[in-house]
Write a protein that binds this ligand. Structure first.
Ligand SMILES: Nc1ncnc2c1ncn2[C@@H]1O[C@H](COP(=O)(O)OP(=O)(O)OP(=O)(O)O)[C@@H](O)[C@H]1O
Ligand SMILES: [Mg+2]
Length: 311
């Protein structure tokens, strides 16, 4: 009997031990399973991230490829334009020289001509002058003269420019105001080019402003005192919103038959060569303001001991 109890006891103990071992093994198995699940989740997350990155990279490569294609096309266009521009410049130069000869011959003829003949010669002269000024504009745009820097006083330059233009019929019935402070700091710039910038802007303003209107030139320091902002404001017709983005494009004009469309693009070229900036704001029917920012000193040639230029 005792033996039987002992055998049952051993059996129970062994079963309990076995159960304990089995439970421990089961717990380990569960832990490993949950670790494996966590790892799988991490791997899946990493795989998703890698896939996303791959898609982004492919997208980036596709965009770069497209940009490269566009750039190559632009480059070949630029090369074509550059050789065409070179050709056109050569032709313009060759056309301009005989034109000057024709002009002086016509001017001579005009002196002795009378009546109908005089009128015809005047018309020819007008045509030749327009061709010559268009060619000059084209040459200025494509190959502007190098900058000749000097000190420029914007108040007196504007005073002289307005006094010169005021005699022209286009300006005679407009109110012209020079509101530039006399103590505005001088700028170091190409006097001739700044004068052309102002003249082009004043001509455009006068052409857009009906008699009785006004043109005001103002200026103040800008860019924390390192530049000046020159503004030419008119009370003219203004520029429609769909035209505004095109006004600085070469040959863009709404003055068919009278304008070449080079005035503002040459002006912009001059401004950019000075390290400046030009913008146009306009309200159709109310007027236009052109803002030109010019640095006080030219970035490439800070020349403090320049001769003072009296405009
Ligand atoms: N102050 C302004 N008011 C209204 N429109 C303007 C003004 N300035 C420029 N524009 C518009 O911008 C266009 C381009 O001007 P831009 O000076 O380049 O050429 P243009 O005056 O037509 O010809 P060009 O100056 O060669 O005689 C003009 O045709 C005109 O439509
Ligand atoms: Mg113009």
């Amino acid at each position: 009997m005792n033996q039987l109890f002992a055998a049952i006891g051993v059996g129970v103990c062994l079963s309990l031990l076995f159960l304990l071992l089995f439970l421990t093994y089961l717990r380990k198995l569960r832990r490993r399973l949950s670790e494996a699940k966590e790892l799988t989740a991490i791997y899946e997350r990493e795989r998703d991230l890698a896939q996303q990155e791959l898609v982004q990279r492919l997208e980036r490569e596709r965009r770069l490829e497209q940009e490269k294609l566009q750039f190559d096309l632009q480059l070949s266009d630029f090369e074509k334009y550059a050789s065409l521009a070179q050709l056109a410049l050569g032709a313009a130069h060759e056309i301009n020289n005989p034109l000057l000869g024709i002009m002086s011959h016509l001017e001579l003829e005009l002196r002795s001509a009378e009546g109908e003949q005089k009128e015809e010669i005047e018309q020819c002269l007008e045509g030749v002058r327009r061709i010559s000024s268009a060619i000059r504009g084209l040459m200025d745009y494509a190959r502007p003269d190098p900058l000749t820097l000097s000190r420029v006083k914007l108040h007196s330059l504007t005073e002289h420019t307005l006094a010169f233009l005021a005699h022209q019929p286009l300006f005679s019935r407009l109110e012209l105001r020079n509101c530039i402070p006399t103590d505005l700091p001088e700028i170091v710039a190409d006097h001739n080019q700044v004068s052309q910038i102002l003249t082009n802007l004043l001509l455009n303003a006068a052409q857009a402003t009906p008699p009785g209107g006004s043109i005001t030139v103002t200026a103040e320091t800008a860019r924390s005192g390192t530049a000046v902002e020159l503004r030419v404001r008119d009370t003219g017709t203004g520029v429609p919103a769909d035209i505004l983005p095109h006004v600085f494009e070469p040959f863009f004009t709404t003055k068919r038959g009278t304008g070449t469309g080079l005035g503002l693009s040459i002006t912009r070229n001059y401004v950019l060569r000075h390290g400046g900036d030009i913008q146009m704001q306009s309200v159709p029917g109310a007027g236009t303001t052109v803002r030109v920012t010019l640095p006080l000193r030219h970035a490439l040639q800070p020349t403090p001991e320049l001769e003072e230029v009296v405009a």
